[in-house]
Ligand binder design. Structure first.
Ligand code: NAD
Length: 515
C-alpha cells in the first residue's frame, strides 16, 4: 500500500515541503492568499498544503512576466528552442519522480503518469525543431520592384489555465510552443494539482538559471478559478488565454476575454464516440475501446464515452467488453498490475452515482459496474467499477460529458450514414473513431460527410493522441488547436509586409494620384 513514508519520499525527492508557497514570479516563491490542503485520491490523506495567490501576488507575477517579455521577444527563435531542448533533458532526468507525484496528486495509473511526462519530453523535442521552422509565406507583388511577405511575431503574455486530468502535459504543450514563438507564460494550474505545477516551475527554473535568462519568462500563479482565473480573463496585459477545462467555464472565459478583444485557445469537453461496423475486426475494436473508456479512470478529454455499433454485432462486442471489464484490475495506481486507479475526488464519485441513477430513470440499462469499491484492496474512497450502459440513442444524458468512467453502448440498424448521424448528434466535437476494414467506410467517415470532430481515427481509439498533429475539437469543444502541426500560429500575430525598392511611388490597383 502507500505509507506516509512513501508519500514523504515522493515529496522530498522533488523538494516539496509540508507547506508550499504556490506562486512564483520566476525569482521568488510567494503567496498571500488562503491555504489549500492537497488531498490524494489514492488514500484520501492530506499530502501537503499550498498557499494560494492573493491579488498582490498576481500583480507581482504579471509585472515580472511583462518585463521578461521585452528581452525574450528579441532572443532568436532557435536560441529559444535550445532552452526548450534543455527542458526536455531535465524532464528526462526527473521522469520517474514527477510521474509518481502526478499519480499521488490526481490518481492516474503510474504507467499513464510516465506517459504524461513522456508527452512533455516529446513536445520539447518538437518545439525545439519547430523553433527553426516558423515560416511565413512570400508572394509576388503586382508592382515591379516590390517584395511582399508575411512574418510572425510573438503576442506577449500567454495565460495558461489547465485542468486536473493532465496536470503537467497541457502546461508543456502550451509553454513550449508559446516560448519558442517568443511569448512569456503565466500558468494557473487546477486547484486539485498545484504540487505538480510547483515542481514543473522548479524544473524549468533550473534550466533558466543555468542559462542566466530572465526567470520570469515562465511564471506560476496558483489560486481558484473564481479569483485568479478571473484576474487573468479580465487583464488586458494577458494577450492570449489558453484554457483547458469544462465547456461551461470555457463559454464564460470566451465571452469575458472577447469583451476586451483578447485572444483565446479553448480546449473544452469531449463526448467521444466510436463507430463499429460489420466490416470491423471486433477484437481490435474491443481492445481499443477498453483502453479508451478506462484510461485515467474515464477522466480524459478524449475518453471513449459512446460506442455506436451495428445492432447485429452489439452482443458479441458486449461479451468481449464484459470479459475485459470483469478482469480489470482496479486499485492502488502505484501498483503496476492495476490498470485503473481512483477517480479524482469524492465529489466525482457522487457525480458518477447521480448520473447512473438518472440514466436508469431516463430508460438506460446498466449492464456492468457503477459501484463504489471498498475493502483491503482499495486504500481510499474514490475507487469505482467503471460502468457499461446500454442506452436508447435519444437518452438525454448522452448529450452531456459526464467526466467519469461510463461507457454508453448505442445501436444503429443498418447504414453507415445512420451511425454517423448518431455519432455527430452531440454538442461536443473532440475525438472520434471508426473500426472497419472497408476502405469506402473509412474514407466516408474521414470525409466532410463523416465525423464532425477535430480528431478522427481509423482502427484505433479516441484517446492517446501523439503530439505531432494539431490537437483540439469543434463545436462545444471550443475550436482551439494546440501542440503539433501549425498550431503555433495561434500563439503569434501575423504581419503582412510590403517593401518598395523601386525608388518611385506606385499605388496598388493602378490608381493614379498625381498633381
Ligand atoms: P474545470 O473547468 O473545473 O477547471 C479547469 C481550470 O479552469 C482550472 O484551473 C480551474 O481553476 C479554472 N477555472 C475555473 N473557473 C474559472 C474561471 N471563471 N476563470 C478562469 N479559470 C477558471 O475542469 P477540470 O475538472 O479541471 O477538468 C475537466 C474538464 O477539462 C473536462 O471537461 C475535460 O474534457 C476538459 N479537458 C479538455 C481537454 C482538451 O484538450 N479539450 C483536455 C483536458 C481536459
Amino acid at each position: 500500500m502507500l505509507s506516509n513514508t512513501d508519500i514523504q519520499e515522493i515529496l522530498q525527492a522533488l523538494d516539496l515541503d509540508q507547506m508550499n508557497a504556490g506562486s512564483s514570479d520566476g525569482t521568488d516563491w510567494i503567496g498571500h492568499g488562503k491555504r489549500l490542503s492537497v488531498t490524494s485520491p489514492v488514500n484520501d490523506t492530506v499530502i501537503a498544503e499550498v498557499i494560494l495567490a492573493g491579488k498582490q501576488d498576481y500583480e507581482q507575477v504579471v509585472n515580472a512576466a511583462e518585463q521578461a517579455f521585452y528581452s525574450w521577444r528579441s532572443t532568436p527563435s532557435p536560441k529559444r528552442g535550445e532552452i526548450i531542448r534543455q527542458l526536455g533533458q531535465e524532464l528526462r532526468l526527473s521522469k520517474n519522480k514527477l510521474a509518481r507525484l502526478i499519480t499521488l496528486e490526481m490518481g492516474k495509473s503510474i504507467q499513464e503518469s510516465l506517459g504524461e511526462v513522456q508527452e512533455m519530453i516529446d513536445i520539447c523535442d518538437f518545439a525545439c525543431g519547430l523553433s527553426r521552422q516558423l515560416y511565413g509565406v512570400q508572394t509576388h507583388s503586382e508592382r515591379p520592384y516590390h517584395r511582399m511577405f508575411e512574418q510572425w511575431h510573438p503576442l506577449g503574455i500567454v495565460g495558461v489555465i489547465t485542468a486536473f486530468n493532465f496536470p503537467t502535459a497541457v502546461w508543456a504543450w502550451n509553454l513550449t510552443i508559446a516560448l519558442i514563438c517568443g511569448n512569456v507564460v503565466v500558468w494557473k494550474p487546477a486547484s486539485k494539482t498545484p504540487l505538480t505545477a510547483i515542481v514543473c516551475q522548479n524544473i524549468f527554473g533550473r534550466v533558466l538559471k543555468k542559462n542566466e535568462l530572465n526567470p520570469a519568462i515562465s511564471t506560476l500563479v496558483t489560486g481558484s478559478g473564481s479569483e485568479i482565473g478571473e484576474l487573468l480573463n479580465n487583464d488586458p496585459r494577458i494577450n492570449l488565454v489558453s484554457y483547458t477545462g469544462s465547456t461551461e467555464t470555457g463559454k464564460h472565459i470566451a465571452k469575458t476575454v472577447a469583451s476586451r478583444l483578447g485572444k483565446t485557445i479553448l480546449e473544452l469537453g469531449g463526448n467521444n464516440g466510436v463507430i463499429v461496423t460489420p466490416k470491423a475486426n471486433l477484437d481490435l475494436a474491443a481492445e481499443n475501446i477498453f483502453f479508451g473508456a478506462i484510461g485515467t479512470a474515464g477522466q480524459r478529454c478524449t475518453t471513449t464515452r459512446r460506442i455506436i455499433i451495428e445492432q447485429g454485432l452489439s452482443q458479441a462486442m458486449l461479451d468481449k467488453l464484459l470479459t475485459y471489464y470483469q478482469n480489470l484490475r482496479i486499485g492502488n495506481p502505484f501498483d503496476d498490475n492495476n490498470l485503473m486507479g481512483p477517480v479524482v475526488s469524492g465529489q466525482t464519485v457522487e457525480i458518477m452515482m447521480q448520473a447512473l441513477s438518472s440514466i436508469e430513470e431516463q430508460g438506460g440499462h446498466i449492464l456492468y459496474g457503477g459501484k463504489q469499491l471498498s475493502g483491503d484492496d482499495y486504500p481510499g474512497s474514490c475507487y469505482v467499477t467503471p460502468a457499461i450502459v446500454k442506452a436508447p440513442v435519444h437518452l438525454p444524458l448522452i448529450q452531456k460529458e459526464t467526466f467519469v468512467p461510463i461507457l454508453y453502448v448505442l445501436e444503429y440498424q443498418d447504414s453507415l450514414q445512420e451511425a454517423i448521424n448518431i455519432h455527430n448528434n452531440v454538442p461536443q466535437g473532440l475525438s472520434s473513431a471508426i473500426f472497419t476494414n472497408d476502405l469506402l467506410e473509412a474514407e466516408t467517415f474521414l470525409s466532410a460527410l463523416g465525423s464532425d470532430c477535430g480528431i478522427a481515427n481509423v482502427n484505433l481509439g479516441t484517446s492517446g493522441a501523439e503530439i505531432g498533429l494539431a490537437f483540439g475539437g469543434e463545436k462545444e469543444t471550443g475550436g482551439g488547436r494546440e501542440s503539433g502541426s501549425d498550431a503555433w500560429k495561434s500563439y503569434m500575430r501575423r504581419q503582412s509586409n510590403t517593401v518598395n525598392w523601386s525608388g518611385s511611388t506606385m499605388l496598388a490597383q493602378g490608381i493614379q494620384f498625381e498633381q
